[in-house]
Write a protein that binds this ligand. Structure first.
Ligand code: J2J
Length: 552
């Protein structure tokens, strides 16, 4: 990322052409409402009903609204102002929700860094946006964020405030802000004002910044609430890192609160702990990425948890294999909802009333009638229904360009404003099936290999929890198939897996050349399996072996 003048950039962010703005407003999709106002409205309706539970802390809607106001005033008293940019990097917690709504209410713009982000990402966010504050916790998963904060402040003189949730004696503590709020008028926030920055979920390089405004992000939340039937009886377990678009706004914790439901927060994604919490708090819905869903399915088949309250498991963020999808209902006793989404906008859901076939083999339909989706070939020409092509999308909650990325925007967006996510999909009767990503295929000796086919068969093996196929660069073949597997106990052997694949009818040239057994997969900030890290790991192992061969 290049550095830029944030204020200049803010006035220069790609925006929808006027005809689209007029249409979205006329159709009632974009309104004048803002997140701050929506919280006032729902808290006046819900009153003392519990809105959030985090371990032994509970907040009613009224209490949440009050606390959000106190914090909003605290931020203003400290010196933060509307349009300032701040980095928020917090673990799942009640404070996450309070701080998010407080910032929304005063127009201070959070960048939601994920807890797994480190100095590289934070350096980039700071220098790129001239962030004025870093709001974090003293420790997140054993990592000291106070040290990271000091290092950022040494480098960036504009990073004026470090606000800490946790230890009382460090920096500016969040609680001191609450107690210190002299009444000030809250700034006027308009629907076209920026609510926050989301981060692109790409697996290469530093995430790009995605501007979400109240008008489009609120529409995003409202459309998700409608598509997922969230209401005051919904109890949502926030397991994935709450700064990610999926657990935040699709419908996520914001959707649950604005629907009058109950958000239960956990900092642990460990299946047995989450099963206990689901039972105890009568959770009705939760959202996972596929690797976590696979681990939960394995745990549920062993522990047989008693979780009748759980009605829906949303799974998205990466492709869930059809085999794993089929296990959800019998193993967890709840319905599966597949979610194909992106922080840039478009969200697709399977519907709870869809047939089992649709729910287990597709990634759903775009949630809004105003979503425009095209499936095209490499030249941008539409492909017939049922054929694989690149997805292009635009609509009332899909951005028209990244923040400060004039060059990247030329390749990531078409001239008429469609976002090119790089996902390869097939469209059948309106439903999308994600077939992979543009760079996510193995071409071995000129043969295109379907990663999904091999992964899908491998996970049918009774000793396997999850499997990932990546390509190992090879002088002769171009690439060779390598399988990384996560085994149950007792584990299995390479020979057994080869035989199994053969007996399942897999063509011999698709049988992996190499198998690697791991205890856990490297993941991205939100918990998707990081193929980039696996490829790096594979290359490292390969080069080391080559070195040993030479020595011998
Ligand atoms: C295959 N690939 C998928 C799916 C996302 C809801 C759910 C997820 C995200 C998210 C999100 C997939 N099958 N079911 O923002 O609101 C891959 C695609 C996509 C990229 C976006 C939401 N669901 N993906 O994961 O911005 O490659 O958003 O382009 O992090 O994840 O990643 P991200």
């Amino acid at each position: 990322m290049n550095s830029c003048d944030p204020l200049n950039e803010i006035s220069n962010i790609p925006y929808w052409p006027q005809e689209f703005v007029d249409r979205y407003i006329a159709d009632g999709l974009w309104t004048k409402d803002t997140f701050g106002d929506e919280l006032y409205k729902i808290s006046s309706i819900m009153g003392d009903k519990v809105a959030v539970t985090d371990n032994d802390k509970k907040l009613s809607f009224e209490a949440l609204n009050k606390s959000v106001n106190e914090l909003a005033l605290g931020f203003l008293n400290l010196g933060l102002q509307k349009k300032d940019i701040v980095i928020v990097q917090l673990p799942n917690s009640i404070e996450f929700i309070e701080i998010t709504f407080a910032l929304f209410r005063i127009g201070v713009i959070p960048i939601f860094a994920l807890p797994a982000h480190r100095e590289n990402e934070l350096n980039s966010f700071c220098s790129f946006t001239k962030a004025r504050a870093y709001i974090t916790a003293d420790m997140i998963a054993g990592y000291d964020h106070c040290i990271l904060a000091s290092s950022l402040q040494e480098k960036f003189s504009f990073l004026k405030y470090v606000i800490i949730v946790g230890k009382e004696d460090k920096e500016i503590n969040i609680n001191s802000l609450r107690n210190n709020s002299i009444s000030l008028p809250l700034p006027q926030i308009d629907a076209q004002d920026i609510a926050c920055f989301q981060l692109s979920g790409g697996t290469t390089g530093i995430p790009k910044l995605i501007v979400r405004r109240h008008q489009d992000y609120l529409y995003n939340v409202r459309a998700c609430i409608a598509a997922c039937h969230f209401n005051k009886d919904t109890t949502y377990l926030a397991v994935l890192p709450m700064g990610h678009n999926f657990p935040m706004a699709c419908p996520g914790f914001i959707g649950t609160i604005l629907a009058g439901g109950h958000v239960v927060i956990t900092r642990s994604a460990v299946a047995s702990e989450c099963f206990d919490l689901i039972e105890q708090e009568e959770v009705t819905v939760t959202a996972l990425v596929p690797p976590l869903a696979m681990v939960w399915l394995n745990a549920a088949s062993i522990f047989k948890p008693d979780i009748p309250s759980l009605q829906v498991l949303q799974v998205g963020g990466a492709r869930l294999s059809n085999e794993a999808a089929r296990q959800v209902e019998p193993t967890l006793g709840c319905k599966l909802q597949q979610v194909f989404g992106m922080a840039e906008g478009l969200i697709c859901f399977t519907d709870l009333n869809d047939s089992e076939e649709i729910v287990t083999t597709t990634q759903g339909k775009p949630m809004s009638v105003a979503d425009e989706v095209r499936v095209v070939d490499e030249l941008g020409h539409p492909v017939p229904d049922g054929e694989v092509g690149y997805i292009l999308t635009r609509g009332p909650y899909t951005i028209r360009g990244y923040f400060g990325q004039n060059e990247a925007n030329k390749t990531s967006f078409t001239e008429d404003g469609f976002y090119k996510s790089g996902d390869l999909v097939r469209k059948i009767a309106g439903y999308l099936i994600v077939e992979g990503r543009d760079k996510d295929q193995i071409i071995q000796g000129g043969e295109n290999i379907s990663i999904e086919e091999i992964e899908g068969i491998l996970i049918k093996h009774s000793a396997i929890i999850d499997a990932v196929i990546v390509g190992l660069p090879d002088e002769y073949y171009g690439e060779r198939i390598c399988a990384f597997v996560l085994c149950k106990t007792p584990p299995t052997t390479e020979n057994d897996l080869r035989l199994f694949l053969k007996n399942q009818g897999l063509a011999p040239f698709k049988i992996p050349y190499r198998f690697e057994f791991l205890d856990q997969f490297p993941t991205t900030g939100v918990g998707k399996i990081s193929k980039k890290e696996l490829r790096k790991e594979l290359l490292k192992m390969h080069l080391e072996q080559e070195k040993i061969k030479k020595v011998i």
